[in-house]
Design a protein around this ligand. Sequence first.
Ligand code: ATP
Length: 234
Amino acid sequence: MLSIKNLVVNYGMINAVRDVSFEVNKGEIVTLIGANGVGKTTILRTISGLVKAASGEISYEGENITRHTPRNIVASGIAHVPEGRHVFKGISVKENLELGAFLRNDAEGIRSTMERVFEHFPILKERIDQDAATLSGGEQQMLAMGRALMAKPRLILLDEPSMGLAPLFIKEIFSIIELIKSEGTTVLLIEQNAKMALTVADRGYVLETGKIVLSGTGEELLNSDEVQKAYLGG
Ligand code: ATP
């Protein structure tokens, strides 16, 4: 579904991503794990068109999208939930969700997607008219994910959804990621919480300073000595 070939991304003189290649197949949860600053966020931002690749190719459903605009990329069915959540403060939960559907014009479909989002995140329904600024960190993460789902994406990019959340919320977020997959949406997940990410993932890739150093199924990586030592404290 998504194929990244020899991707290189620079910020001025800084070489953030060095020759990265990987694939995401339809229906999978694929995770990229690695320490802070190895280039995970940059890869997602490049897929979304927010950062331009210096070289390499990103193809999605057989089409080269490397130079497409962020708007076209959203329109082609890719939704991005950025790190740090970024919900719109000063407007309600409901208005935040409606903004996620800005490219849709099927009012009935939008309503039914919103109902689906409320089934996943009942707390958002309770807070529907509340200013998004009043939500807790975990609730804001749910709102950011719910907003992305409002676009009815076929591929969702999740940047560190567990960051800064209490353990109970983390469990809930990961079970919702599995639910999103079970409904047919493909997931590309980047995480510092390697254990949780590899537990839910079909496959994973380990990044070190802008390069992929290891790949395998979630289970293979969970059991690998290198991953145990470097990321699982084992
Ligand atoms: P994090 O978990 O902190 O998001 P990451 O693995 O996602 O880390 P990136 O945020 O992609 O890593 O950063 C990769 C490298 O690029 C780092 O060295 C970082 O300092 C650098 N970098 C990221 N954004 C910029 C920017 N806007 N300008 C310059 N350098 C940047």
